[in-house]
Design a protein around this ligand. Structure first.
Ligand SMILES: [Zn+2]
Length: 237
């Protein structure tokens, strides 16, 4: 009898502890939107592609400027345009996972999220030897199931702290202005190449020039993460 009387309070405590602590973990330790670093480095990230028209334009700008970016690709678009993924890899860019479909994963259970990741990995793996280690859920939406599924497959989840809403097709000048206003050392810039037309390729060329003029180095997300690890005293992400 004594054991039974104890069981309920213990269960209530365990549930309360789990609910109380997990959101902190998601925000502070498992999802990166900015890297703490004193180095003037910024990562450009490009989501939703490859797209047959916009991606070649983006790749041309990056090649001309000698910049490597991180592409968060969609598996279904990789299956449509595997040659563009191969070009991203050949040009030295980092390939990361955005999912297979552009769906909100918070409506899926953990097994469904894992299946999305696996399908995206298979699409990427068909034409390249890339084993992506970074994951950004569509829309940046996530919950405990998304975090757990990504973690079990070895992913670091990456969001952003600079968002010029280029997908809504504002003038290129506005995209440039927002990025320059929001960027700080360790920033992760969110851009897109999944539709056409977009102001992004034109804005990208100016963003690169202006950030460099301000002393910034443009790096991949993995390179940015390593800047944090070398300087743990400056704070974790
Ligand atoms: Zn997206």
């Amino acid at each position: 009898m004594k054991t039974r009387r104890l069981l309920l309070p213990v269960l209530v405590f365990m549930v309360a502890a789990a609910v109380g602590t997990r959101p902190e973990l998601w925000r502070d330790e498992q999802v990166v939107s900015h890297v703490s670093t004193a180095v003037r480095a910024v990562a450009l990230t490009i989501d939703d592609g490859p797209h047959y028209k916009t991606t070649p334009e983006v790749l041309a700008v990056l090649k001309e400027k000698g910049v490597r970016a991180t592409f968060f690709v969609l598996g279904e678009n990789v299956d449509r345009r595997p040659e563009l993924l191969a070009r991203e890899v050949a040009d030295g860019h980092e390939i990361a996972v955005h999912g297979y479909h552009h769906i909100s994963l918070t409506r899926q259970d953990k097994a469904a999220v894992a299946a999305e990741l696996e399908r995206a990995e298979q699409a990427i793996g068909r034409g390249t030897a890339v084993k992506p280690r970074l994951f950004r859920p569509p829309g940046g939406h996530y919950n405990a199931a998304v975090v757990a599924a990504a973690r079990e497959r070895g992913y670091t989840m990456v969001l952003w702290d600079v968002d010029p809403h280029d997908w809504a097709r504002p003038p290129a000048e506005d995209v440039v202005k927002t990025v320059l206003r929001q960027a700080t050392p360790g920033s992760i810039v969110l851009l897109h190449d999944g539709q056409y037309p977009l102001p992004t390729p034109r804005a990208l060329a100016i963003i690169i020039d202006r950030l460099r003029a301000e002393g910034y180095e443009l790096v991949t997300v993995s390179e940015l993460l390593r800047l944090n690890e070398r300087r743990p005293a400056l704070g974790g992400f």
